[in-house]
Design a protein around this ligand. Structure first.
Ligand code: GLC
Length: 550
């Protein structure tokens, strides 16, 4: 059977946090012209699609996730003309661009919200979620819902003596997507960018877009901290404020919208929930969101058995033609290499896994050079979530297994050993976040010259991925796991590849999984893997060596 694959099913995505990628003006903040300067770097790296975190006009209280205008560029990052040039130059180079669309909320400084909060009978009143309070004088919140960042999800507004709802932080009031005018306005915003030629959207906290029409209280439970695979947090089960049935229908509506465009565009939803919930966003007939982030992968330990179990679960849930995603890190999570003891050899094993499984891999800027997680105190952080918890001792916050400050994974890209890591043209300027002290050693320029560097490993492997149809379109066949390694096949009518990952720090001798194997990739540029084969039929992998054989 010849199945037609769309480009987005086999692409590789590189996430750019625009504030931190490249500063072209010398103000210490990254911008769109900075990205234009680095497009050739991305081509050489070998990624195919760029996802940009929001660069729309915003007071930057949540660094762009608090939007005041969905159809323009914030002057900090440049102009619409800069964006058009960036898009054209990216397309000329064969790169695609997807933007971050925040359908759930706006900034409280958005003109819509300013109007909405001005009086109860303002025409924009119903654009947001306003409710009477409970108790005498309505001074108690309308129900028990907790925000994603903790605390009450309602804020009392003196002017009109009602409460408005927010899912994330108080300066991000939720839009009322049940109002057809709001939906139309947001669809128009999507069309504005699609008409300009963008190739799709990443949808911010998509599972929170609709809330219960009756505003019922959430049931209580004993779980304090949020997790990747459940909807419990802050002692309640988020039954009525997340994953409402309307969210799943909305996924289908949005898909219809983007399917009006040719060449095809795609959507990836930021969704936290159970695996079954993730699956439902793909739609009953693969007619919902094209893909969603599968976050459990971003906390998986380096353990072949656990990885095998998770990948099997993903494959069962999302068999072809469904397209899974593989993501280790992003602007909200700790840097990938931090979880693997800052060891590039381990990062290579995990990246080989990510880039050879069936699905779309997401590489967070700097991951390709092993940029480290940087320490910031909660009090001194720029991240509003960290500032909310400024009083918490850092020792306490470390026990959560995630970082309460997101500044640590958002530091400026380390381009070279020059002052300011080559991020800014002004060597003296104070960059918006401090640069990791590691930059004289961990940077692009140095790694370009070292054949064994993480950067050159990514370049080599991404090329192999582009050149081999089985890695793009092949099905995945997992062999039973072992304590030391993983073996799987990517199978396509024109090509079968065997992938072996050695997770151990010891050499590994295995029977060759393919007869008369030839080596098409190894993490170790001078691999000796096939030396023994002629004599014994066995192959020998070095510690942490990963190979692709055909
Ligand atoms: C998402 C974004 C995060 C942002 C939040 C509110 O989780 O990834 O960075 O702060 O939504 O928009």
């Amino acid at each position: 059977m010849n199945v037609k694959f769309e480009w987005w099913q086999k692409t590789t995505v590189y996430q750019i946090y625009p504030r931190s990628f490249k500063d072209s003006t010398g103000d210490g903040i990254g911008d769109l012209r900075g990205v234009i300067e680095k497009l050739d770097y991305l081509v050489e790296l070998g990624i195919e699609t760029i996802w940009f975190n929001p660069f729309y006009p915003s007071p930057q209280e949540d660094h762009g996730y608090d939007i005041t205008n969905f159809v323009d560029v914030d002057p900090v990052y440049g102009t619409l003309a800069d964006f058009d040039e960036l898009l054209t130059k990216a397309h000329e180079r064969g790169l695609k661009i997807i933007l971050d669309m925040v359908l759930n909320h706006t900034s409280d400084k958005h003109p819509w919200f300013l109007e909405s909060r001005s009086s109860r009978d303002n025409p924009k009143r119903e654009w947001y979620i306003w409710r009477e309070g409970r108790g005498k004088n309505g001074k108690k919140p309308p129900n028990n819902w907790k925000a994603m960042t903790g605390g009450c999800a309602w804020r009392y507004d003196e002017t009109t003596e009602q409460w408005y709802y927010f899912h994330f932080l108080p300066f991000q009031p939720d839009l009322n997507m049940r109002n057809p005018e709001v939906k139309e306005a947001m669809f128009d915003a999507c069309r504005f960018w699609l008409d300009r030629g963008v190739d799709g959207f990443r949808l911010d906290i998509f599972h929170a877009t609709f809330v219960d029409a009756e505003f019922r209280d959430n049931p209580r439970c004993w779980t304090l901290l949020p997790g990747e695979t459940h909807n419990r947090a802050f002692f309640q089960e988020h039954v009525y404020d997340l994953h409402r049935p309307e969210n799943f229908e909305f996924a289908i509506e949005l898909r219809k919208l983007i399917d009006e465009y040719s060449p095809p565009r795609f959507l990836v939803g930021e969704i936290q929930g159970t695996m079954d919930q993730l699956r439902r966003y793909y739609g009953p007939n693969n007619n919902g969101l094209n893909t969603v982030f599968i976050f459990p992968f971003s906390s998986i330990p380096m353990n072949p058995k656990k990885i095998h179990a998770l990948v099997s679960e993903i494959e069962n849930l999302l068999p072809p033609p469904y397209t899974p995603t593989y993501v280790y890190s992003n602007h909200d999570r700790m840097r990938m290499i931090y979880r693997f003891s800052n060891d590039p050899a381990k990062a290579k094993v995990m990246a080989t896994l990510q880039l050879t499984l069936r699905g779309v891999p997401y590489i967070y800027y700097g991951e390709e050079i092993g940029m480290p997680q940087v320490k910031f105190s909660l009090r001194k952080s720029q991240d509003p979530v960290a500032r909310k918890y400024w009083w918490m001792p850092i020792t306490q916050s470390k026990r959560f297994g995630f970082s309460l400050t997101r500044d640590g994974c958002r530091t400026p890209m380390q381009w070279s050993a020059d002052p300011n890591a080559g991020f800014s043209p002004d060597p003296e300027v104070k960059t918006w976040l401090k640069i990791s002290k590691t930059y004289p050693k961990i940077n692009v320029e140095i790694q370009e010259t070292d054949p064994n560097s993480l950067l050159n490993f990514y370049r080599r492997l991404l090329k192999v991925r582009r050149d081999n149809i089985a890695l793009q379109e092949g099905t995945l066949q997992l062999e039973p796991p072992s304590k030391t390694h993983l073996l799987y096949f990517r199978v396509h009518p024109d090509q079968t590849l065997a992938i072996i990952l050695n997770f151990s720090k010891k050499q590994l001798v295995l029977p060759a999984p393919i007869s008369t194997p030839s080596l098409i990739f190894s993490t170790h540029p001078k691999s000796q893997i096939l030396l023994q084969y002629e004599n014994s039929g066995d192959i020998l992998l070095e510690p942490f060596e990963c190979v692709i054989l055909k």
